[in-house]
Structures are given as C-alpha cells and as structure tokens.
Ligand binder design. Structure first.
Ligand code: UD1
Length: 418
C-alpha cells in the first residue's frame, strides 16, 4: 500500500494538461460491447477504474489492449453475459454493462455494484427503466438476473436525473426496437460525450445535454476511434489546489462551460480567473473568503465530486461556510481527517458547517474514498509542515499520476511504498 509524504506550504505555479474524463471513459468501455467491430478510445487515463473495466470486458471474452495511451477493444469474440462479483463490487460503473449486455446478448447477470463508500447508491431507476423496455429482472443471492426476448422502445420519465441510469438507458435504447424517450435525463457533459460516441457508431440519438433524450433504435452499430471529453473534476481539483495554496495555475483541456458553478464559487472566494477556449487560468493571492453556501446538485449545479475539495478550501478561508451534500448521504467521511489537520468543521447529516481557520498543520491522515482522498492531499499541500496521506488505492481510482502533475506545479509530494 502506497502513501504520499507531503511537505506543505508551497505556492503552485505552472500549467497542467487534464486527462480524459473517468466518468466519460467508463461508459464508453461499456458501449464497446454494442458492436463486434473494433473500438479505439484515445488518450485513456491510466487509472484503476479503467483497468477494472478492461478486466470486466476481458472476462466477457473481449480483447482489450492498452497501446501508447489508447485502448483498443475488440469484442467480436465476447460470449459471456455474466460479470463476477469480484469485479462489480470494485467498480460501480459496471452497472452500465446491463444495458449493453442486454443489447448484445439479451441476457445479463451482474452482482450488485460497489464503488466508493459514499452512501446507499441504489439502482432502482436503472432497473425500472430496463423493465419498461421489456426486460424481466429477478434478484437472488446478491446477483441481478436480466433477460428479454428483445428490447422495445418506451417513453421513460426519471424521478431524478441520475447520470448512471441515463447512460444505461442510452446503452439499452440504441439497439432497442423503435423509439425510446428519456424525460428528466441527466445533463452532465459526460452524457453529451456518450451521445457523440454512440452517434459515431451509427446510433440515432439526440438531445443529450437537455432534459429530453430521444433514441430511434437501429439494428447494428459499427466501430469507432474516439477521443473522450477531458476531466472537469480533475481540472477542478487542480484549480482548487491553487486557490488553497496560492499561486497561479492554468489547466488545459476543459472549457469554462463545463465548470461554470465551480468558477463562480472560486471567484466568490476572491480568486482571479481567466478563461479562453479550453484553458482556465486561476490566480490566488492573500487570504480568501469563505463561500457562504454551496449545495451539490446535478449538472450544471455544483458537482458532488468537487464537494470535498471545496470544503478543504473553505476550511482555511476567512469566515464561515455551509456545505450541503444533496446527492450522497455519507459523503463527509473525510471530515474527521481534515479535523486532524486543524480544520473546524461540524457535520450534521447532509450539512457541514465550516468555520475558517487561519491555517492547517501537517498530520497523518487516511484517504477513505476517491474525492475525499483528493481533498486531503489538497489540505496537506496548503498545510504547514509534513503530512502523510495513506491508502492511495482510492485516489488511484480516478487520478493518474496526481503526484507527478502536482510536482510539476512546484508541490513537494512524493509517493512511497509502505
Ligand atoms: C455518477 C458519477 C459519480 C458522480 C455522480 C453524481 C460515474 C461513473 N460516476 O455516479 O462520480 O458523483 O454521477 O454526479 O459517472 N439514485 C437512485 N436510484 C438510482 C440511481 C441513482 O436513487 O437508480 C440516486 C443516488 O443514490 C444519488 C443520485 O441518484 O443520490 C445521483 O446518482 P447518479 O447520478 O446515478 O450517480 P452515479 O451514476 O452513480
């Protein structure tokens, strides 16, 4: 098990290129099973979740090769519709495989999905939608068994704009018979990216990025070579790091539209921000002010995947902040670790009350989930003295070479094996 040793208190300067978005790439892996032609996903990040998804495809019988940053998937020999519990428990995104396996084999067996320990994360919306498309579903011994003669398009209304459910229905609907309409769809940039990818394969699908997605089923899909959208959450993590440490950093690859609410909040803190095309430059000097209130919301609201990082920032700003987590009920598990570094935060249910302190101090802390772990790294970079952040397996799920990129900005961070 690796840990970071971080000597905090240094300002960050320079520019950093953002990786392809984890949350865009994972559904594209699932989509690759919709065709027996070759799929190439370019500039794929080397992160644990991607390797896990590759392993899932291999278990199904697909050939998956990593070559010079690209991934080449040939699922022409895929024959299995069963995903073992060892892999689905590691990666919640494996649930997308339901839609694409049903499209390909008309059957799917999958263990209840895992992923970050940040709350209940039910999948009722996914399963109800698949039922409406004609899939019969039963559950026993922790496994979900799905089967259909064929899938038939339907008009679906999501009670909540779930990212995963929207993507799963898109994957099921592109080869279902007739028209599928998703009302109340999620509008995240990664949904738009999935639509582009599916259209490139020959799917008839419009509306991603709005509340209503309409799909006309087609009988077959072709191969594709595709470069996914860049990772707005990784970009946001670097911007918040610079806000917290002070300095001037440019992130390259993400447009301001995809990070609108974060940029608004960072300006409220007192950061100066310039955006041009796919570059965002942030400078932060002097003590920043707390955000009065931040609530996580579906896109274009404040992303839950940046909640921990912005809370770490607020913990050293002047004044107080209320952070409300609306998406995942136990997403403040990193707070006791921040408190070990001197943060003054009180959590009550879905609310965190932050009273800004003048600075944090180094401490030994443990990453308990992906984004909470990133927040601890940022806090340690801004803290006086040495910190150790252990259990990097969570951080490795979503960030490739986080330490290398931070070092290139002037941070003192090294990775050591325990
Ligand atoms: C995706 C992202 C994750 C991000 C989240 C919210 C991927 C691989 N992961 O996760 O990083 O934090 O969006 O932006 O893209 N819900 C239900 N029933 C369901 C499905 C969801 O009640 O069937 C609830 C969840 O418990 C949660 C909310 O809906 O409260 C949002 O979940 P959802 O948008 O589905 O998130 P994920 O797709 O799991």
């Amino acid at each position: 098990m690796d840990k970071y040793i971080i000597d905090g208190g240094r300002r960050l300067f320079g520019s950093v290129k953002v990786q392809s978005a984890k949350n865009a790439v994972l559904p594209l892996f699932a989509a690759s099973v919709l065709t027996d032609k070759q799929v190439t996903i370019c500039e794929t990040p080397e992160i644990a979740d991607v390797f896990c998804m590759a392993q899932i495809l291999r278990e199904l019988g697909a050939d998956v090769k990593f070559e010079r940053g690209n991934v080449i998937i040939d699922s022409s020999d895929a024959h299995s519709h069963i995903i073992s519990s060892a892999l689905t428990k590691e990666l919640r995104s494996s649930v997308f495989m339901l839609g694409s396996l049903l499209s390909r084999f008309h059957r799917a067996v999958i263990a209840y999905p895992g992923g970050c320990d940040i709350g209940l994360r039910p999948i009722d919306l996914h399963l109800n939608a698949l039922k409406r498309l004609g899939v019969s579903i039963s559950e026993r011994d922790g496994y979900i068994y799905c089967a259909c003669e064929k899938m038939t398009g339907a008009e679906l209304v999501l009670d909540f704009p779930s990212v995963g459910a929207t993507e799963n229905i898109m994957l099921a609907g592109v080869k279902a018979e007739g028209r599928t309409v998703i009302e109340g769809a999620a509008k995240e940039p990664e949904i738009v990216d999935l639509q582009k990818f599916l259209s490139g394969m020959g799917a008839k699908i419009v509306g991603a990025g709005t509340d209503v997605i309409t799909i006309e089923g087609v009988s077959s899909l072709g191969g594709i070579t595709y470069t996914p959208v860049k990772d707005r959450i990784e970009a946001g993590t670097f911007l918040i790091a610079c806000a917290l440490c002070g300095g001037e950093v440019e992130v390259e690859g993400v447009t301001a539209d995809n990070l609108g609410m974060l940029l608004h909040k960072l300006r409220e803190n007192g950061c100066k921000i310039h955006t041009k095309n796919d570059k965002i430059r942030l400078s932060s000097y002097g003590r920043l002010k707390c955000n009065r209130r931040i609530e996580t919301m579906p896109f274009p609201g404040f992303p839950t995947d940046l909640q921990a990082q912005i809370t770490a920032l607020n913990s050293v700003c002047e004044g107080g902040a209320l952070i409300v987590e609306n998406l995942f009920e136990t997403r403040f598990k990193y707070v006791p670790e921040l408190q070990r570094m001197g943060a003054d935060i009180e959590v009550r249910g879905r609310n965190a009350f932050v009273r800004g302190v003048s600075g944090l101090h180094g401490a030994a802390v443990t990453a308990g989930d992906l984004r909470g772990g990133a927040a601890l790294v940022l806090a340690a970079l801004g803290a006086e003295g040495i910190s150790e952040v252990s259990d990097l397996s969570h951080i490795d799920r979503g960030y490739s070479d986080l330490e290398g990129k931070l070092r290139s900005l002037g941070a003192e961070i090294k990775r050591v094996r325990i």
